[in-house]
Design a protein. Structure first.
Lengths: 483, 398
């Protein structure tokens, strides 16, 4: 009998999808595997490839088995194909097929739409690993280095998950798409990654934390909507990926939080109460709060662009077809068809930002973005609590959704962080007040010195409150290979 | 007075509100609003499914309370309340609370995770005393002896440490642990977290009638506390806390069969179990089985004394993974080889299974036991579930 809970290690690829009896797909994946390993080996600096990293590996998809911690060399990490357990008699949760049994095979009429969604999702996964490839060299601690590598191997596994779907369900086209995922490369001139935010550099660790907090959160929202899919294998894949994505949210939120904590502690020790006393604060070897706000502005707005056009017929079609749902679809109390509903969407009319009701079906992207903004504001509130607790008068905030946008209704106007439309000229003049400048980048870069002693942390970041897997503070999360 | 109960809480300062726990909980005990994620004390049955899926560790929080914090209380938390001062009434049925200090409770919850559900004490176990000396009030013990257990030419330095408790009341049961706080401060300037060590002697002392206890400690490279403990000199004073642990205990039933599976210093509690049996029922026959793994005989703690115990008092299997010219043997290999003995034991309603050692032994042992059970036509997960519910399946790994 097919064992759908315990992962099968009898083939090269750990999986709970019965790969060993699915010769065709197994062969396709085994053919793809060397290219993947080459991609990985070329990417991450060699001494990290040889290091023993304390990583979490899934050995099964039930809650007891999916978080096994042990030391492993990254190239030997068991990238697997793991689907959340099937829900018996699952029904399509939304759209015109709402209530019909979920599809176990790709419905022909939606084949291209599905393939495109899977390719776009799949393209982001290796993209972020490429963006983060050199961060290990400046890790502020072994703890942070381990978290980076955990994020990296899990993004790698997510790529596997998408490649499995392409190869299993999309025949020759799917195999070609799977190969192309290894051809495109972040920031490349000829073959860049498909989405803009995944071609930006991740030059320093604060960017990495902001990226995992804001950009990976877009990934989480996308996975949440795909987890609703009427195409059951996609739904099950995404549900399992979400448990891993939660770790990335954790790295982002605590990473930024610990950066703030170190700043607050240094300010308090030096008796500085004014958060805008930037030079004095920077002299303490920590990142001042206004610069953290600028980084936040940048990464938040790049991430908002990932949600696409506010009003979108593609999104409407995907929802209507039952391919992609809304965030927490099953918890929304409506008919899940949206034939007669409306949803408020922002628009620009006569140089003013207005809200107008449009058919809800076409506003799926806008709604997901609204859910995202709500979700993203939670952590900002928790950071502000830390600042308030330290008695510093400063609050981080999410800038207005119109600020610094390249995609959607706001891309044609210049909006300041408070939501006022201003002239492009004024905006350009004040840009350096709102977004990181080269000098800000240089300063942050100057703090990026590696700290490889167990239990030690670079000046600009505080130790975590709790260790990974409950390990003590001086635990050696990465046993570095020193060539 | 109301009986104190254990309550599961989530630390709002560490939780990132990803709601993975809520989605994982099989019985809907976890919920959230715009501020916090909370656990319904009336619903949570401590199945522990939410513990491994949490990316932050914020979910691994426990308080012993007389009145549980309501959902409204929890929604109002800005930070987790401290553990209140609770005096456990004499003979309290305070249900298997392992420790009152949350750092220690977290360590024990982690160590018992491999049980696969809520850890339960054997039905006939004596009631343990816990937390007599909390972190805030450690007790002083004096080092009575510190002996190397492994061969001088072994790379492993495992030590038998005897602590004299003087006139200090410190009642322990076999299988319980004590905490040792290494001196000094950590990188954040706070005192170190305690390290837990299993007590390796029976309840009436390392020597009967003496108020002392022993520990089995392996020196870990760069291990802050293990180096401190392994370097202790006779006569030196050491701060101890505890005792801790209320489930990994010995049944009082004299007919219970104990299947003890261990590696390395995981043997410590089993030394206590075995000595208790020797002192209490020296005439017992065929009621103890020990499966013990180490790199080689010279690395195996207590190898000499163990060999002197007659086979009909305790059946012993040693698995050596580094004997020259011999295939590597692990405890799971010995279990499989002894399946003729183990399979009928698994059906014995008086069998108690104990697994103790490094975390990485769990999976192999689990697989071997599953194979043996399934070879006998049984469903291992059901068997294990039943044994656990009845307090007959115990895992303590680190």
């Amino acid at each position: 009998m097919l064992d759908l809970i315990n992962v099968s290690y009898d083939s090269q690829i750990p999986n709970n999808v019965g790969l060993s009896s699915d010769k065709k797909v197994l062969k396709a994946l085994e053919k793809w595997h060397p290219g993947y390993i080459n991609w990985w080996n070329d990417l991450i600096p060699q001494n990290f490839q040889e290091s023993m990293v304390y990583l979490r590996t899934a050995v099964s998809v039930d809650p007891k088995g999916w978080a096994k911690f042990d030391y492993v060399k990254m190239p030997e990490y068991r990238w697997g194909v793991l689907l959340a357990p099937a829900v018996e008699d699952r029904r399509i949760p939304m759209g015109e097929h709402c209530g019909e049994p979920a599809w176990q095979e790709v419905p022909g009429e939606y084949r291209n739409m599905l393939k495109r969604l899977i390719v776009i999702q799949g393209d982001t996964e290796p993209g972020s690993v490429e963006q983060q490839r050199f961060l290990g060299l400046t890790a502020p601690s072994l703890y942070d280095m381990r978290n980076l590598f955990q994020v990296n191997v899990e993004e790698g596994r997510h790529l596997w998950a998408m490649v499995y779907l392409l190869q299993k369900y999309f025949g020759r086209d799917g195999r070609e798409e799977a190969d192309d995922l290894l051809v495109r490369s972040s920031g490349s001139e000829e073959a860049p990654r498909m989405l803009g935010a995944f071609n930006e550099e991740t030059p320093d660790w604060l960017s990495f934390f902001m990226f995992t907090y804001f950009t990976d959160r877009d990934g989480k929202m996308q996975l949440e909507s795909l987890a609703q899919s009427g195409f059951d294998p996609l739904s099950r894949t995404c549900r399992f990926m979400l448990t891993e994505e939660a770790h990335h949210m954790f790295v982002g939120e605590t990473g930024v939080g610990r950066t703030i904590q170190a700043t607050l502690a240094a300010m308090s020790e030096a008796g500085i109460a004014d958060p805008t006393d930037i030079n004095a604060i920077r002299d303490l070897g920590v990142i001042d709060l206004p610069t953290i706000q600028k980084k936040l502005n940048l990464h938040y707005t790049l991430s908002l662009d990932l949600f696409g056009q506010e009003v979108s017929t593609n999104a409407a079609n995907a929802f209507n077809a039952g391919i992609k749902g809304r965030y927490m679809e099953q918890r929304i109390d409506d008919d899940h068809k949206l034939q007669n509903d409306t949803y408020p969407v922002t628009s620009i009319t006569d140089g003013k930002i207005l809200t107008e009701d449009v058919p809800a079906l076409t506003a799926i992207n806008m709604r997901l973005r609204d859910d995202y903004v709500r979700d993203a504001s939670g952590g900002v509130g928790r950071w502000n609590k830390m600042i308030a607790k330290a008695g510093i008068e400063f609050a981080l905030k999410l800038p207005h959704e119109g600020f610094h946008r390249q995609i959607g209704v706001f891309s044609t106007v210049a909006v300041d962080p408070d939501g006022n439309i201003i002239s492009a000229e004024d905006w350009a003049k004040r840009r350096d007040d709102w977004l990181p400048t080269k000098a800000d980048g240089d300063f942050i870069q100057s703090l990026m010195v590696p700290c490889y002693e167990p239990g030690q942390y670079a000046s600009w970041i505080a130790p975590p409150k709790v260790g990974i897997d409950n390990k003590p503070g001086d635990f050696e999360y990465v046993q570095l290979h020193m060539a | 007075m109301t009986t104190p109960v254990k309550q599961h809480l989530i630390d709002p300062e560490i939780c990132i509100r990803c709601y993975t726990c809520e989605m994982t909980c099989p019985i809907g005990a976890i919920q959230h609003d715009d501020t916090n994620v909370v656990v319904d004390p009336d619903t949570c049955n401590f199945c522990m499914d939410c513990i491994p899926v949490c990316p932050t560790g914020s979910i691994d929080e426990w308080r012993v309370v007389e009145t549980p914090y309501s959902l409204d209380d929890q929604y109002g938390f800005d930070e987790l309340p401290e553990q209140g001062d609770i005096t456990l009434p004499e003979n309290a049925e305070a249900d298997e609370i392992e420790a009152l200090d949350d750092a220690v409770a977290a360590l024990l919850a982690e160590a018992h995770k491999g049980t696969g559900g809520r850890a339960r004490a054997p039905a006939t176990a004596s009631k343990p005393t816990i937390n007599l000396h909390p972190l805030s009030n450690p007790a002083a013990a004096t080092v009575q002896g510190n002996y190397r257990l492994t061969d001088p030419d072994s790379e492993n330095d495992v030590r038998h440490i005897v602590l004299d408790l003087g006139r200090l009341p410190f009642p322990i049961l076999e299988g319980q642990s004590i905490g040792i706080v290494p001196p000094g401060l950590d990188a954040t300037g706070k005192p170190h977290l305690p390290r837990l060590y299993s007590i390796s002697n029976p309840r009436d002392g390392e020597r009967p009638g003496f108020n002392n206890l022993s520990l089995t400690v392996k020196r870990e490279p760069r291990g802050l506390c293990s180096n401190y403990v392994c370097d202790l000199q006779k006569g030196q004073e050491v701060q101890i806390t505890g005792p801790f642990g209320a489930t990994f205990l010995l049944p009082s039933d004299p007919n219970a069969h104990l299947l003890m599976i261990c590696t390395g210093t995981g043997s410590a509690p089993f030394r206590g179990f075995t000595m208790r049996r020797q002192r209490e029922r020296p005439d017992a026959r065929d009621s103890l089985t020990l499966i013990f793994g180490a790199r080689s005989a010279r690395d195996l703690p207590y190898f000499g004394p163990l060999k002197k115990i007659p086979e009909d008092f305790m059946r012993k299997e040693f698995a050596f993974s580094r004997t020259p010219d011999q295939p590597k043997q692990y405890v799971q290999d010995k279990l499989r080889a002894a399946s003729g003995h183990i399979a009928p034991l698994l059906d014995n309603a008086q069998l108690h299974v104990y697994i103790c050692g490094r975390k990485d032994m769990e999976q192999g042992v689990e697989d071997a036991l599953a194979e043996i059970a399934e070879g006998a036509g049984r469903v291992w997960s059901d068997m294990r579930g039943t044994m656990r519910e009845e307090g007959r399946y115990h895992v303590e790994t680190y």
